[in-house]
Design a protein around this ligand. Sequence first.
Ligand code: PXP
Length: 243
Amino acid sequence: MKNNRVSLSVNINKIATIRNARGGNVPDVLLAAQRIESFGAQGITVHPRPDERHITYSDVYNLSKIVTTEFNVEGYPSPDFLKMVEDVKPHQVTLVPDPPGVLTSNAGWDTLTHASFLKDVIAQLKAGGMRTSVFVDTDLKMIDGAVEIGADRIELYTESYAVNFHNDKAAAVQPFSLAAAHGAGLGLKINAGHDLDLANLKFFAASIPELVEVSIGHALISDALYYGLENTVQMYLRQLHEA
Ligand code: PXP
């Protein structure tokens, strides 16, 4: 029987990066999102950045009208970002502590230092009917902090797992197993993302029974160049189904 425990949310930022390289509407981000959903993905993720170098704020408004699966919007909770998600009301908002200039997210939140800011943001988002998830490293204190600020979920930052996977996959996943069990024990649901790919995804999902969602962008969109988008989405889904 197929195991549908873990949802695949496809991050489509890279499709917007290709589009923006030419200034027109090729490839069409909205069409890609619809296709990805029709191929079986359970969610679409976008991460608009203040410089709009890939997904633009206008993309987020447009996508919100056509996404029929779970819509997850990630980002730093600046006033502009908060206004946008208040307007669009995605199913889930993933709060990420990235400063404006970084290429990609490179750390989880310090949920203790930023507790009072995050608590207010989360209360505002929840009052608007949105689920909240907080991007964190595997440090258990930061996960305790996520509970204190009222987050519904945490998204575990998996870069270190991906880097260490090729040397010793059991050691690589161990901090994530501990963190997921700890968070779930405190009532959090567990998401994960960053640098997950066809090689490392199945072992990660199999090792973490508490995992409910992964968001995957760079590797999946790159694989689609070789295998096609439909095949690729289904290859990733198979890794999760078999985990
Ligand atoms: N989660 C967060 C918070 C991210 O910033 C990103 C990258 O935008 C991802 C997940 C997806 O990472 P990747 O593109 O490496 O799959």
